[in-house]
Design a protein around this ligand. Structure first.
Ligand code: UD1
Length: 422
């Protein structure tokens, strides 16, 4: 079994390049199935979730070629319409293919999607938007089966803000007959990036990135070239590594990275953070100070995906602070593991209270989800002695070159073989 061996890191120094956003690339790749001619997607991160998405596209009949950070997807005239369990089960974003396939054909089915175990994560909103657009949706044998003669534009009011359901509604509505209005839409930059790609393909979308999105259906879409926006959560992770270990780093390729709430918290903790047009510099030389309470919220609030890594950076901060998670109900899977390093954290419902400790010590840790896994690595880098982190497959789902990037910044960590005990 491969585990990550992590030692206490010296202060970090140097530069890191921020890759394209996982959450930007996945819906854009799903959108390729809607196009009649080839799509060229640049700045596409080389991560497991993207590899999975390309496997789904291939299973549907598309040809996908990766050359460095560029992926070319050549759609087929008549895509297959079923996504089997082996491909759908491991990644939640695979559900977006339903809407994209329905917009191309009259039928689509998918095994129930997977993803990180961070709460109930139902798919009722996804099913709701497809039904609102005129699809018949049934659950059969652990599959979601959809049929639609013609999708018809309509008004959709999302009961809660959902990134996936907003993207799903956009994908299904771009070729529907008539106009669709999505209210209470998610405003995440990744939603706006999807709309930019679809618009380049010939779609008519207005308001993406605001809470009201208006789409006028077009008969068909052509392929286009697109550069995926930078991954703001990857950027947040390396900034938190610098906060945890000290030192000074520069992140490149961050143009358009909307990270204000995270930068604000890091500045409040004693980091010096400067955001340029396409770079972010972070330095910490003095002690960490506990910030005011942090509450996650949909964009433009503090991102739930950054909650774990920011928490990991603050375990040794002077004072106490609270993290309240309002987006997912079980997003503290990293807390018991952080406590194994000597962190002092108590969880009460959706709030985690952290009291800073003078030092952390090495421990054997297990990653149970993507962002929580990254958080364990950051905390281990700031702990005395050695730690190991297993479950690295979670981290590989969403970080391109995670270990080499941290190594290049001076962090002490490497993958090692650990004999299986059983
Ligand atoms: C996306 C991101 C994920 C991020 C999350 C919130 C991708 C691939 N993933 O996930 O990294 O953490 O946004 O910023 O972009 N919900 C329902 N019913 C549904 C759908 C969602 O109740 O049908 C609930 C969820 O359980 C959650 C809330 O809505 O409590 C928000 O989830 P949502 O924004 O949909 O997250 P994802 O799109 O899955």
């Amino acid at each position: 079994m491969q585990v990550l061996s992590v030692s206490k890191s010296p202060p970090l120094a140097g530069e890191a390049y921020i890759h394209g956003a996982k959450n930007g690339a996945l819906p854009i790749l799903a959108a390729c199935v809607l196009c009649r001619t080839p799509c060229t997607i640049r700045n596409c991160p080389d991560i497991r979730d993207v590899a999975h998405t390309l496997s789904i596209l291939r299973a549907l009949g598309c040809t996908c070629v990766r050359e460095g950070g560029t992926v070319t997807v050549t759609p087929c005239t008549c895509p297959a319409c079923h996504i089997p369990q082996a491909l759908a089960g491991s990644m939640r974003a695979s559900i977006l293919f339903l809407g994209a396939l329905l917009a191309r054909g009259q039928e689509a089915s998918i095994a129930l999607p997977g993803g990180c175990p961070i709460g109930k994560r139902p798919v009722d909103l996804h099913i709701g938007v497809l039904r609102a657009l005129g699809a018949e949706v049934r659950a059969e044998d652990h599959q979601i089966v959809c049929r639609a003669g013609t999708l018809r534009g309509c008004r959709i009011e999302l009961p809660i803000v959902s990134v996936g359901a907003t993207e799903h509604a956009i994908l299904a509505a771009v070729c529907a007959r008539g106009c669709t209005e999505i209210r209470n839409a998610a405003r995440e930059p990744e939603v706006a990036d999807l709309a930019r790609f679809l618009s380049a393909c010939g779609a008519d979308i207005k308001g993406a990135g605001t809470s009201v999105v208006r789409i006028t259906g077009v008969p068909s879409l052509r392929g286009a070239e697109h550069t995926v926006l930078p991954d703001r959560i990857e950027a947040a992770t390396y900034l938190c590594a610098c906060a945890a270990c000290g030192g000074q780093i520069v992140l490149r390729g961050t143009e358009g990275c909307s990270l204000e709430p995270v930068l604000h918290v890091l500045a409040a903790c004693g980091c010096r953070v400067e955001q340029g047009r396409s770079s972010i510099t972070c330095a910490r030389t003095g002690p960490l100070i506990a910030p005011a309470d942090v509450t996650t919220a949909p964009y433009p609030g503090f991102p739930t995906d950054a909650q774990a890594v920011v928490m990991a950076a603050l375990l040794r901060a002077r004072g106490a602070c609270r993290f309240t998670e309002t987006v997912f109900e079980h997003r503290f899977l990293h807390v018991p593991e952080l406590c194994r390093l000597g962190a002092q954290i108590s969880v009460h419902g959706r709030t985690a209270c952290i009291t800073g400790v003078p030092a952390l010590h090495g421990a054997e840790l297990h990653a149970r989800d993507l962002r929580g896994g990254a958080a364990l690595v950051l905390a281990a880098l700031s702990a005395e002695g050695n730690s190991t982190v297993s479950g690295m497959n979670h981290i590989e789902r969403g970080y391109d070159s995670f270990v080499p990037t941290l190594q290049a910044l001076g962090a002490e960590l490497k993958m090692v073989e650990k004999p299986d005990l059983l």
